[in-house]
Ligand binder design. Structure first.
Ligand SMILES: Nc1ncnc2c1ncn2[C@@H]1O[C@H](COP(=O)(O)OP(=O)(O)OP(=O)(O)O)[C@@H](O)[C@H]1O
Ligand SMILES: [Mg+2]
Length: 259
């Protein structure tokens, strides 16, 4: 397993949000984490990426323990993420937004940055090339100089994916990447996720409420409900699991596409 969680427990003021989570993501695979609203999916991402500190358990990535690391250190180890709500710097260009995510990999230190040394300028060029390539990869290179928040919503989500890819991850975490996309954008997203795995060798773990998309793209699906993993397996196994169907009862109509 590339990523492995064991016995992870997360509590907030006595409220258990994640309970003894055991969960893994294989190298070079596409996996999904699904479950009703409030199940703990985003919290699980926050534990992996160092935003939340679980009270118990272990999270390893390529054999390294992540639990006591800060978010930027987790990024440097090779885990990138996007957020459930688009987070872009306002008034900054698309390219600058992507470059802002890349600095964890900068080799030139803060001193040469402040002094504007030649090593810093070469570094800046290298970073820029990587970011331009990532924009090309997600298909919005022609929008590099536009103010990011002026882009169509679907393209803003692509900026976030490009920013994550620019950190050169081995694992990409996507939190509801299809939310707010129309059906042709969703088809494109499926293609992009597959290309991220196949052409870049990056494993993808996605949180998603669009069941059609999840079933189409995922090799492995885990279902979280009230902070517990209640089912795991491929699309067929999950769709026919009574515990999963039960967990989704009472959800909104558009999220009841399991049956
Ligand atoms: N920082 C926090 N402090 C207190 N409670 C929190 C915190 N973060 C998350 N929670 C609680 O953890 C539970 C799970 O929330 P989380 O956002 O992980 O759910 P989710 O599965 O991502 O839901 P959604 O599908 O709606 O995004 C919720 O009850 C939430 O209130
Ligand atoms: Mg969430």
């Amino acid at each position: 397993m590339l990523l492995q969680l064991d016995d992870v427990v997360l509590r907030f003021a006595g409220n258990t949000v994640l309970e003894n989570i055991r969960f893994g993501v294989e190298e070079n695979s596409v996996a999904s984490l699904i479950g009703p609203n409030g199940a703990g999916k985003t919290s699980l991402f926050n534990c992996i990426t160092g935003f939340y500190r679980p009270q118990q358990g272990s999270i390893t990535f390529g054999g390294e323990e992540l639990l006591k690391r800060k978010p930027h250190a987790v990024t440097r180890l090779g885990i990138a993420r996007t957020f459930q709500n688009v987070r872009l710097f306002r008034e900054m260009s698309v390219l600058d937004n992507v470059m802002a995510g890349q600095h964890c990999r900068s080799r030139a230190g803060a001193f040469s940055a402040i002094l504007g040394l030649p090593s810093q300028r070469a570094e800046e060029r290298r970073v820029r090339e990587i970011c331009e390539e990532c924009l090309e990869f997600v298909g919005i290179a022609d929008e590099a100089d536009r103010i990011a928040t002026n882009l169509a919503y679907g393209h803003q989500r692509l900026v976030e994916i490009a920013r994550a890819l620019a950190t050169q991850p081995r694992l990409l975490l996507l939190d509801e990447p299809a939310a707010g996309l129309n059906s042709s954008e969703k088809t494109e997203l499926v293609r992009l996720i597959r290309r991220i795995r196949d052409e870049r060798g990056v494993a993808v773990l996605l949180i998603e409420h669009d069941m059609g998309l999840v079933m189409e793209v995922s090799e492995h699906i885990s279902v979280l409900d009230h902070g517990r993993i209640i089912a795991e397996g491929n699309a067929e196994t999950i769709q026919n699991d009574p515990a999963v169907i039960e967990a989704y009862l009472g959800q909104d109509e558009d999220e009841l596409e399991l049956t």
